[in-house]
Structure formats: structure tokens, C-alpha cells
Design a protein around this ligand. Structure first.
Ligand code: ZN
Length: 444
């Protein structure tokens, strides 16, 4: 036999960036030995007519840091053809971690990344088989892995390890920065892919304080990227915020000579067409020789919520006031005509915020008393009933004791703009966020 396996008649996308072509693939001893033409016999032949044959995908934005300890299949990435996953994004992670901080970080992962606390506790227990980052990588290796895995060392656990609770309160001292730098260097030497951080205003710890990485001054981030780069390799991943965006990333990439990838460049971040400004900036950075790559996403970012926990609207003071109130008090507020009038005004189509015209994009995601309405556009149902869509949403919520759920995209839903982002030569498709937000979405 010439091959162990032949895959014939498929459309080959070989990962080189070249055009797709029809052809065969021959595999021998676990390696591709023929590509395009594979004459000869094979032990096993698969007909791939009508299908794409390609190498596995590299999913560069996942959060399997905890899950990897109990699920070495990294479900569900391999189901979608992912053969390499990168975790430790956004400055998060579970190592290094002192026993006293374990509960806090699990609560924070529950809040920021939508991981179930019960699952984390059941999967990790309270007696973790590691404390340092090198020991963490060692523990993963011991468990074995169905696919390839790479990991950033995350700013938040590093900071928490060195500063304790102060990590969520203040900037670091020079001595603390030195200690963090030593941990980052040791992490790199143990095999970390690079260093990740987050300055995103939405990243808050379980108790509402900013996650540790957000308290870092530029000097600290600079020193930690320096520590990473001093090992001769490493990529910086960063979830952007006001303190760390184009100018600061250019500065870091330039002085340390490191590649930087940032999360995320989406359509509609600050109004229609706003993505273009960032594509232009990226092109300028790359023309200047800097290896800076924005991560883009192919799916809309959705809110799926009920009005018992109306987190999409909590930026409006009229909703903020309801936080912490019980079910009856919330129902009372939603029934109030003045509340409704204010809510409608704040989300009118001509408003300049991400929630403008939310009803026009919303579907009823669950309505236990009328399952036939599930997944129907809110405005269609409102029209049939001859009522306003906002009134309908609030009425259904009150009637159902907040069992009615709604879903709407708030960003990255303009398909023309998303096409521009996906096809731009300087971007990379990412943001599956696998391992995170399991209660909300599955963007894998
Ligand atoms: Zn992330």
C-alpha cells in the first residue's frame, strides 16, 4: 500500500493562503505525504466530494484555563476542526494562584467569563494540583491533551499573586513590578506563548472592583512585556481599554520588538463605520513595520437576558436603580408608565448608543407559557398584538415572573461592515471565547 489513508475529491484549502483547488491527499505514518495528486493504493479511502479538506484551525482566543484541568478533550473546539487552541487570553488564568485566592478567582471567572461556579468548583476542587505557572503547565501535560494547546500567562493572576487584595486597589510598587517580571520570565521559560492583559472597562471582579490587570499603570505593563521579550520570544495579547490602545500598543511593539494582538475590532463599536478608523490605524502601524494584529469576529455579539437581570441596560440610571431590588419591586417599576416612557426614549432608533432600537433587532428567545413564540422577532409579535414592542417585552416579563427571555445583537451585526473586517488583510478571525460564556453563547 502506498498510503494509510487517502482523502479524495475534496476541495483543498492548504493553509498557505493560496487559492482552493480540487485534489487528493495522501497520509502515511500520520503525516501528509501527497497533496493535490495522490496516485496509488491506500488502506482506507475517504470520499470528500463536495467538502473542504484543510489542516486544523488554530483558535487563538479561548478561555480553557480552568476547563483544561478536567476536560482534556477541550470540548467543543475539536468538534469544529480546531486542532490548536490558545488559552490564557484577556489577562485571565488560574496560575499562579495561592490557595487563599482560589475562590475569589473562580467567582471572578464566573462573573467575567460566564463560567459556572459550580462547574469550576466540581472540576477544580479546592485542592488544585499547582500553585506556580510552571507547575500549572506541568499538571496540564500530565493530563494529556486531545489537541495542541498553547497558553498565555495572564496579568491578573500574576498581579494577584504578588499583591494580594491590593491588586484590585492600586498601582504596583517598583519592587512588586520586579516580582511580577520574575514570574512572567519563569512562565515564559516554562513554555508560555506570551503575556496577556486586559484594560476593558467591562472586566470587573466578582465584587464589582476592576479585575487586577486594570489597575496596572503603563510602566508595569511595559516592564512585564520587557520581561517576556527578554526571553527572546513571546506575543502580547491585550483586551483594549482607554489606557491601552493604538498609541500604547505601537510603543510596546516598537520598543520591545514583539508581536501584539488585540481584542477586539468589531463593527459598530462607537457607531456606524467606526471600524474603518481602526483598520486605517492598523495599516499605518503595519506599514511602519510593527506586527500589530486586531482580532475580528464573524458573529454578532448578542445579549440574551431576562428583565429580572437586565444587565444590557444597566448603564442607564433608571435600570441601575433597580439593581438589588426584589422581583416585586422590579415588576412595579416596569409597570410604571413613566419608567416605560423613559426607557423608550433612551432606546429610540435615533439615540447614539449601542442599545438604540434594540427592540428592532430582538427576538423572544424563551417564553415558557407560549413556546410557539420562541425565536420570533419581538416587533412581529408586537404588531400582531397591536402593541408597542417595549411594552410587550415588559408585559411578558411581568406576566411570566421574568421567565421570558429576549436576545438581541448589540455589536458586530452589520454584515457589510463585518465583511470588511473579515476580508481586511491585517486582521485575524478570533474571539470564539471557547470555555467561557457557556450560559450565553457558543461562538466556537
Ligand atoms: Zn477573552
Amino acid at each position: 500500500m502506498d498510503y494509510d489513508l487517502k482523502i479524495v475529491g475534496g476541495t483543498i484549502v492548504d493553509g498557505s493562503g493560496g487559492e482552493a483547488y480540487r485534489g487528493d491527499v495522501g497520509v502515511q505514518d500520520g503525516k501528509v505525504v501527497a497533496l493535490g495528486k495522490a496516485d496509488g493504493d491506500a488502506v482506507r479511502t475517504i470520499d470528500a466530494g463536495g467538502l473542504v479538506v484543510s489542516p486544523g484551525f488554530v483558535d487563538i482566543h479561548t478561555h480553557y484555563d480552568a476547563q483544561v484541568m478536567w476536560d482534556n478533550m477541550l470540548s467543543i473546539s475539536p468538534w469544529h476542526g480546531v486542532t490548536t487552541a490558545v488559552m490564557g487570553n484577556c489577562g485571565f488564568g488560574v496560575a499562579p494562584m495561592r490557595p487563599a485566592d482560589r475562590q475569589g478567582i473562580m467567582r471572578t471567572l464566573e462573573k467575567v467569563e460566564g463560567m459556572s461556579y459550580e462547574a469550576l468548583e466540581a472540576g477544580l476542587g479546592l485542592d488544585w494540583p499547582f500553585e506556580s505557572y510552571p507547575d500549572y503547565l506541568g499538571a496540564i501535560k500530565k493530563g494529556g491533551m486531545a489537541i495542541n494547546l498553547a497558553s498565555f500567562i495572564g496579568h491578573t493572576p500574576v498581579r494577584l499573586y504578588v499583591m494580594g487584595d491590593d491588586a484590585m486597589e492600586r498601582e504596583a510598587t517598583a519592587d512588586e513590578i520586579d516580582q511580577m517580571a520574575a514570574i512572567v520570565r519563569a512562565g515564559m521559560e516554562a513554555g508560555a506563548l506570551g503575556f496577556s492583559t486586559s484594560m476593558a472597562a467591562t472586566h470587573n471582579a466578582f465584587d464589582g472592583r476592576p479585575v487586577p490587570s486594570r489597575l496596572a499603570g503603563f510602566a508595569e505593563t511595559d516592564a512585564l512585556i520587557g520581561a517576556m521579550a527578554s526571553t527572546g520570544r513571546g506575543i502580547m495579547q491585550c483586551t483594549i481599554g482607554k489606557k491601552l490602545f493604538h498609541d500604547e500598543l505601537s510603543d510596546l511593539a516598537q520598543r520591545h520588538g514583539v508581536p501584539v494582538t488585540w481584542t477586539a475590532l468589531l463593527s459598530g463599536m462607537t457607531g456606524p463605520g467606526s471600524h474603518q478608523r481602526h483598520l486605517v490605524k492598523t495599516a499605518e502601524q503595519r506599514a511602519a513595520g510593527l506586527d500589530i494584529v486586531p482580532q475580528v469576529a464573524c458573529r454578532p455579539i448578542n445579549f440574551d437576558f431576562d428583565f429580572g437581570e437586565p444587565f444590557p441596560f444597566e448603564l442607564f440610571p433608571i435600570f441601575k436603580e433597580l439593581m438589588g431590588l426584589d422581583t416585586n419591586a422590579k415588576k412595579g417599576a416596569y409597570a410604571d408608565p413613566e419608567f416605560r416612557q423613559n426607557f423608550k426614549a433612551l432606546t429610540a432608533p435615533d439615540q447614539k448608543n449601542l442599545l438604540a432600537n434594540w427592540t428592532g433587532r430582538a427576538v423572544i428567545s424563551t417564553l415558557p407559557s407560549y413556546p410557539s413564540q420562541d425565536e420570533r422577532p419581538l416587533t412581529d409579535v408586537a404588531r400582531e398584538r397591536g402593541v408597542d414592542a417595549t411594552d410587550l417585552a415588559l408585559d411578558l416579563s411581568i406576566e411570566s415572573d421574568f421567565a421570558a427571555r429576549f436576545r438581541f445583537p448589540f455589536i458586530n451585526y452589520d454584515q457589510d461592515e463585518v465583511r470588511e473586517l473579515l476580508t481586511d488583510e491585517n486582521t485575524v478571525v478570533a474571539l470564539s471565547d471557547d470555555g467561557a460564556h457557556a450560559s450565553q453563547l457558543c461562538d466556537a
